[in-house]
Design a protein around this ligand. Structure first.
Ligand code: ARG
Length: 457
């Protein structure tokens, strides 16, 4: 049985099973830096306000800095029987400073302390995730730049639909990831406010300065309501949602990579360094990384929170494992995904061969007739007939003799072959956002410009 620091009214120690069940240090220990950062700001403000003496304030700050250095150098290990990281650090401080250490928790509660720590921790995590997503978008722009003329089939219903380029396809993901960055920024804006000074739930009678602690912590303002300050974890849910969306983008990309690597497609090959083999089938080269990303996406999307009365409830301790798991996994996925993309080989001939089959120029054939004055629906019908005729003969629209075309409509002349060539089909799709090389170059330029704004703005 252990005597707890919060043993106020209780006369008996806590059963060791409850202690183990209650303890969160195994997963909140990772917030040690942010916990100390928050305590330093709190101790500074207490001293400045004259709530504790200036010399106690300075001693507390010095002690906290030493604890941080000792944890970082490995000299100080967490006591895994401690209830949580907050108790561990406060107990350690008191061990080192005696009664002065006991003054730190004046006009503070673990409720506002933990609400602050998670915000600070996730603020740092967003910074790291954002940087990784930015570098992924940069890689995509580079791949796209080299492949504005690499023709491949675009698909709907996983059926060959219309010709696009590999560069165009990469830029679609770049746009999704740009929005992910914006979602992280938006989440951060609402997250970066200070709950410190909310105390247990009802503020305090001490003359604290909440603006000052917010300022010291680089937060935009103190939170306006003390109950709200300790009660809500909406910022965790927002971040979990932003991470889930980003993971969903990575998982769709991964799914396509898995298909493109198969012998059925063979559009790309991943580097041996980013593939795995089979223990029984010597010929195998498996895209495990992308499959794991797909799997981890389901895991991240699954995490969430339920309804609780105000203010603090112990259920809220459960927020950390879920959001930390989401952060860790997105970081892990991006760290592996980026170099995997950078080292993949493209089989452009296979892409082009795939684009040449499946009548993906049928829309262009119909458009050819429309440009010569025929209504679109009529042109659509005639082209459908031509495709059926080609399938019967085992040929393509490119190879079908002009006489067969002219049997369907006298508007067809020799220039139809140029109009339906894959190169023309792509080159002419120069509408804003389309796959034509010049359109994709515009997309790349706009994306790079937006990245600049997001990184420097
Ligand atoms: N370990 C707790 C958590 O993460 C800290 C807050 C404890 N507060 C309390 N009143 N029991 O939520």
């Amino acid at each position: 049985m252990a005597e707890m620091m919060w043993a106020g009214r209780s006369s008996q120690g806590v059963d060791s099973r409850v202690n183990a069940f209650n303890s969160s240090i195994a997963f909140d220990g990772r917030m040690y830096k942010q916990d100390i950062q928050g305590s330093i700001a709190h101790a500074t403000m207490l001293g400045e306000q004259g709530i504790i003496s200036m010399s106690d304030s300075l001693e507390l700050i010095g002690g906290l800095k030493e604890i941080l250095a000792d944890i970082e150098s490995g000299k100080l290990q967490f006591d895994m029987t401690a209830e949580d990281i907050h108790m561990f650090i406060e107990a350690e401080l008191t061990k080192r400073l005696g009664d002065v250490g006991k003054r730190l928790h004046t006009s503070r509660s673990r409720n506002d302390q933990v609400a602050l720590d998670i915000r600070l921790y996730l603020r740092d995590a967003i910074g790291e995730l954002r940087e990784l997503v930015v570098s992924l978008v940069r890689v995509l722009c580079n791949i796209a730049d080299e492949n504005t003329e690499t023709i491949m089939p675009g698909y709907t219903h996983l059926q060959r639909a219309q010709p696009i380029t590999f560069g165009h396809h990469m830029m679609a993901y770049a746009q999704m990831l740009l929005r992910d960055i914006e979602r992280f920024d938006d989440t951060l804006r609402r997250m970066n406010v200070s709950p410190l000074g909310s105390c247990a739930l009802a503020g305090t009678t001490y003359h604290i300065n909440r603006d000052r602690t917010a300022e010291l912590l680089g937060m935009s303002a103190p939170m306006v309501n003390s109950l709200d300050g300790v009660s809500d974890r909406d910022f965790c849910i927002e971040l979990a949602s932003a991470i889930s969306i980003c993971m969903m983008h990575l998982s769709r990309f991964s799914e396509e990579i898995i298909m493109w690597c198969s012998w059925e497609f063979k559009f790309i090959e991943l580097s041996d360094r980013f593939s795995t083999g089979s223990s029984i089938m010597p010929q195998k080269k498996n895209p495990d990384v992308t499959e794991l990303i797909r799997g981890k996406t389901a895991r991240v999307i699954g995490d969430n929170m339920k309804g609780l009365p105000l203010a603090y409830n112990k259920d809220m301790q459960e927020d950390k494992e879920a959001i930390f798991d989401a952060v860790d996994n997105l970081k892990l996925c991006l760290t592996t995904f980026i170099p995997m993309l950078e080292t993949m080989t493209l089989y452009k001939d296979n892409m082009r061969r795939a684009a040449a089959k499946g009548f993906i120029n049928a829309t262009d054939c119909a458009d050819y007739l429309v440009k010569k004055g025929m209504p679109f629906r009529t042109a659509y019908k005639i082209t459908g007939g031509l495709v059926a005729h080609c399938i019967e003969l085992g040929t393509t629209l490119e190879e079908l003799p002009l006489a067969d075309y002219q049997k369907q409509s006298e508007l067809f002349t020799e220039d139809v072959y140029d109009a339906i060539s894959l190169d023309t089909c792509v080159k002419e799709r120069k509408s804003f956002g389309g796959p034509a090389p010049e359109s994709v170059k515009t997309q790349i330029a706009l994306t790079r410009k937006r990245l600049e704004e997001l990184c420097n703005g």
